[in-house]
Design a protein around this ligand. Structure first.
Ligand code: SF4
Ligand code: SF4
Ligand code: FES
Length: 248
């Protein structure tokens, strides 16, 4: 007897439309993941009641948990759907869009708030000129060990989805952006712009708006030590404010 996979998908036709649930039933195949299920629905958009419907819309790129684009809420947990294996999920598999970003359509959300905040804190290392600058400053193995996990952030948004202080009533930039401040401020060249990043962290939406609930660190798929970054940036902001008060 052939097995079926049951899915329950939260649908929304556009940013202002009402959401609704729609169920699907697909033939089981070994090794299938949630994105594969969505691809099958796209090929044959017929719901569990046998009615033809619009294909479910989702976002994805890398299909190997590197880009963060496919992040959604799978069975109540925010995660990447490309690495969500059907065999490990209870059914019906419930798919919802992330809860902290505006819905564009179905499972696609607009995460631009995170990218705008990365711009506010200058989350990059400026390189001047178009000529060869020679080798960059050397980083010790300890510095590399500190920086590497922070550099794996894929701006997926899981951490902000779980953060109670990140919502549409607050301007809190959230743990991922704070952690990028720590990454670039701890880089020997990035440190040249550390003061500007700390100034941004002192503005409304900055590090002081973290309530230390620690939800973020529990959901980060990359295991980034977000609360350590928040603590380090919080201390750096305090020192920066004291230095400013003393005119240094
Ligand atoms: S520790 Fe801060 S950033 Fe992390 S979930 Fe809690 S309030 Fe949000
Ligand atoms: S810190 Fe982790 S959960 Fe947050 S955006 Fe980066 S990878 Fe995603
Ligand atoms: S498609 Fe890139 S993380 Fe899933």
């Amino acid at each position: 007897m052939s097995r079926n996979v049951r899915l329950r998908v939260m649908r929304q036709d556009g940013p202002k439309s009402r959401s609704r649930w729609e169920e699907f039933s697909l033939p089981y195949e070994p090794g299938m993941n949630v994105i594969y299920c969505l691809m099958q629905i796209q090929k044959n958009p017929v719901n569990a009641a046998g009615r033809t419907t619009t294909p479910v819309v989702w976002d994805s790129h890398c299909l190997e948990e590197v880009c963060g684009a496919c992040t959604m809420i799978v069975n109540g947990r925010v995660r990447q759907s490309c690495s969500a294996l059907v065999d490990r999920l209870t059914q019906p598999i419930e798919l919802r869009p992330m809860s902290k970003f505006p819905v564009v359509r179905d499972l696609v959300v607009d995460r631009s708030r995170m990218f705008r905040d990365l711009i506010k804190v200058k989350a990059w290392i400026p390189v001047q000129g178009t000529y060869d600058l020679g080798p960059g400053p050397r980083m010790s193995p300890q510095e590399q060990e500190h920086a590497y996990p922070l550099s794996t952030c894929m701006t997926c948004g899981c951490c902000v989805d779980a953060c109670p202080n990140y919502n549409d009533r607050s301007t809190f930039m959230g743990p991922a952006v704070i952690s990028q401040v720590q990454l670039f401020n701890s880089h020997p060249t990035g440190a040249l712009n550390a003061a500007e990043r700390l100034e941004a962290m002192m503005e409304p939406g900055g590090v002081s708006e973290c309530g230390n609930a620690q939800n973020c660190v529990q959901v980060c798929p990359k295991g980034i030590p977000l609360t350590t970054s928040i603590g380090l940036v919080g201390r750096a902001v305090t020192l920066h404010a004291i230095r400013k008060m003393m005119g240094r």
